[in-house]
Write a protein that binds this ligand. Structure first.
Ligand code: MLT
Length: 247
């Protein structure tokens, strides 16, 4: 008998231990459209060697001091680069000149905490609108359950992540026997968005905060559907484009 396949959505990161339990032994797509997973996608597409997600500022500094002295310190708190960091969390900062062959230590308020929490998964893939079709192709090419894990914002649902999860559900639902209630919810959000994607992202709560802080360009970049054809994955604590990945 062919086992039934379930597509599920974690609507936002609350308790990391519980997110890890839900991720365990499943293929998981990590989603933080504004902006962590979009930044990771751009950084790797521009030739960064790998991104090491750190859950806290202290952890990022500790990793730099003890294991990765040549790594760039990257990320944000309150949307801006913390003092002493090399790069913030704007995807456009991650140019080939800045990041080629570099190891990036990235810490962000929600996104890197999510990726760290998902470590018990069978696989963790990085998703954004930037690589929407590539993620969907990979989901369609495998068997087993899939969890779309949204970072959300400060332990609350964030519409930008729900929209991407909904777009993925719409594209791959036919390959699953069961959709969870949360999968149906994000599908309804995606179908009901009523605006072109850049505007829909700009009107989200976090989109409005980013605009107020002068990061409107990041929203437009995060809305560039299918600009990147890669699906990076988490391998032993590093996010990279692994040779084993069917990109
Ligand atoms: C996060 O991880 O909370 C986000 O990426 C925040 C941001 O920089 O926009």
């Amino acid at each position: 008998m062919v086992p039934s396949r379930r597509l599920d959505v974690l609507l936002y990161l609350d308790d990391p231990a519980s997110a890890g339990e839900q991720a365990a032994d499943r293929v998981v797509v990590a989603i933080d459209v504004l902006r962590a997973t979009s930044t990771i996608l751009v950084a790797l597409s521009q030739g960064a060697a790998a991104v090491v997600p750190a859950a806290t500022l202290q952890e990022a500094h500790h990793l730099k001091a003890t294991r990765f002295p040549d790594a760039l310190l990257c990320g944000e708190r309150h949307n801006r680069p913390p003092e002493g960091f090399d790069l913030g969390n704007s995807p456009a900062e991650y140019t080939r000149e800045r990041v080629k062959d570099k190891l990036l230590l990235l810490t962000t308020t929600n996104g890197t905490r999510l990726i760290r929490a998902l470590a018990p998964a069978r696989e963790v893939w990085i998703g954004g609108f930037l690589n929407l079709s590539a993620v969907c192709r990979q989901i369609l090419g495998l068997s087993g359950d899939v969890l779309l894990a949204c970072a959300g914002s400060h332990r609350r649902y964030a519409m930008e992540d729900g929209l991407l999860a909904g777009a993925i559900v719409e594209a791959v639902a036919g390959a699953f026997d069961q959709l969870s209630d949360s999968a149906r919810l994000v599908l309804a959000a995606w179908r009901g968005r009523g605006l072109p994607l850049p505007e829909a992202l700009a009107q989200t709560e976090h989109g409005q905060r980013l605009r107020a802080d002068g990061f409107e360009r990041d929203i437009r970049l995060a809305a560039a559907v299918d600009r990147i054809g890669l699906v990076p994955r988490l391998v032993e604590g590093r996010v990279l484009i692994s040779s084993g990945s069917p990109n």
